[in-house]
Design a protein around this ligand. Structure first.
Ligand code: FEO
Length: 394
């Protein structure tokens, strides 16, 4: 299947409805994804990106139906990661001498994966190729989200091809932002930003301001995953600026795991205390062992404060909490507050361990945390409620 984007641009990618995990097990996929590849036909022909490797033969077969491969003058590899470069080997078997335009780091990435000495042409910001009526302008975009990433802009059609930037792991048959469920699109776009781009927020702000400063008209943004932004395309740019600016909502999220329900009871009492103190704050509770980790990270991203709980086991933490704390560390969040809690029977180290991890992740620690021996009784539950009030007031 291919899809017309404009008279000159055709989508020639792959919709992956069955995808469930991405980057190994690092990212959960709830609504499929797509690997977007774009064919630009002017007097010259350019192909932007390919698809993930399992679909390489299907991609080349479909592309052949769309165009005689020998007519492709330029291959643009905006990013070397395998979900976009995966079909290069199959494609280059057909057209081995076609130049591949990419950044110097892009060449390293592609060579490192395919070990082929293809005809690479390194480009930098401001370099262009003439396609005839239109031209492609290259824009390096390191750390959006890997060092090799670049965007390119098609004049005349006024399209920004932004690779992973502004993408979403969201499969749709229609492929346009105005013809899909808006709440699903928002959920997938913010989950994608929270989990993939948050560590690089300073680069996001800088790159967007650089592009806005170029005063390029933008009629469409074509990312490499999910929908094409054609209706009010800069809405996602505005959202990125907001999300990149130490984003938080009036939300407090409790993330815990529990062995025999003691820490769960603490979490629920703390939530009650927060609600009593501030009925307007959104409160969310997640058992990290039972809830999708990437959905939890999205809620952490939205929160002004998080409260993390684990009982003590073997002088340490339950592994779901140790794991989510490691993922939170990697996000490099700023401007958020945190506290720890948990019940214990004997040694009770979990609070100190959680607090230390949150401190290392640059959260402002509200207090020393709350430990409860054994399962909380009525008095201990009241202490949890008071602890919740303190969190709300922090
Ligand atoms: Fe960074 Fe979609 O690959």
């Amino acid at each position: 299947m291919t899809k017309r984007i404009t008279d000159k641009v055709t989508w020639v990618g792959k919709i992956d409805w069955e995808l469930q995990r991405f980057h190994g097990d690092e990212y959960s996929i709830n609504r499929g994804s797509s690997y977007n590849s774009y064919l630009i036909r002017d007097e010259k022909v350019a192909l932007i990106d390919t698809v993930w490797e399992p679909f390489d033969e299907e991609f080349v077969t479909n592309l052949k139906k769309e165009i005689d491969l020998d007519k492709i003058d330029f291959i643009i590899a905006n990013h070397g990661e395998i979900d976009h470069s995966g079909a290069l080997a199959a494609l280059m078997r057909e057209i081995p001498d076609t130049p591949i335009y990419c950044t110097a780091n892009g060449e390293k990435s592609i060579k490192g994966q395919f070990h082929q000495d293809w005809n690479f042409v390194n480009v930098k910001t401001g370099d262009t190729i003439d396609l005839g009526e239109s031209k492609l302008i290259f824009l390096e975009a390191p750390m959006l989200h890997w060092p090799d990433t670049m965007f390119c802009y098609l004049t005349g059609e006024n399209i920004l091809f932004s690779n992973d930037g502004f993408g979403q792991h969201y499969a749709s048959e229609s492929l346009f932002n105005d013809t899909v469920c808006q709440s699903e699109l928002y959920d997938e776009a913010i989950k994608y930003y929270a989990n993939i781009l948050t560590p690089f927020s300073s680069f996001v702000t800088k790159k967007i301001n650089e592009i806005l400063g170029m005063n390029l008209p933008i009629d469409m943004i074509c990312p490499s995953h999910g929908v094409v932004w054609r209706d009010n395309p800069t809405q996602i740019v505005e959202k990125y600026l907001e999300w990149a600016d130490d984003y938080s909502e009036n939300q407090i999220t409790l993330v815990y795991d529990t062995m025999w329900d003691g820490t769960r009871k603490m979490a629920e009492a703390i939530a009650k205390g927060i609600e009593l103190a501030d009925p307007n704050v959104k409160i969310k509770l997640y058992n990290a062992a039972k809830t999708d980790k990437n959905d939890i990270l999205t809620e952490v991203f939205k929160s002004k404060t998080i409260v993390v709980g684990s009982p003590t086991i073997n002088n340490g933490l339950l592994y779901s909490i140790a794991g989510i704390l490691e993922m939170i560390r990697g996000l490099k969040l700023k401007g958020k507050k945190a506290a720890a809690f948990g019940c214990y029977g004997w040694s009770g180290e979990s609070i100190k361990l959680i607090t230390a991890a949150l401190k290392e992740s640059k959260f402002e620690i509200i207090n020393d945390g709350l430990r409860t021996k054994w399962v909380p009784d009525e008095d201990a539950t009241d202490v949890c409620i008071e602890f919740g009030k303190e969190i709300a007031g922090a």
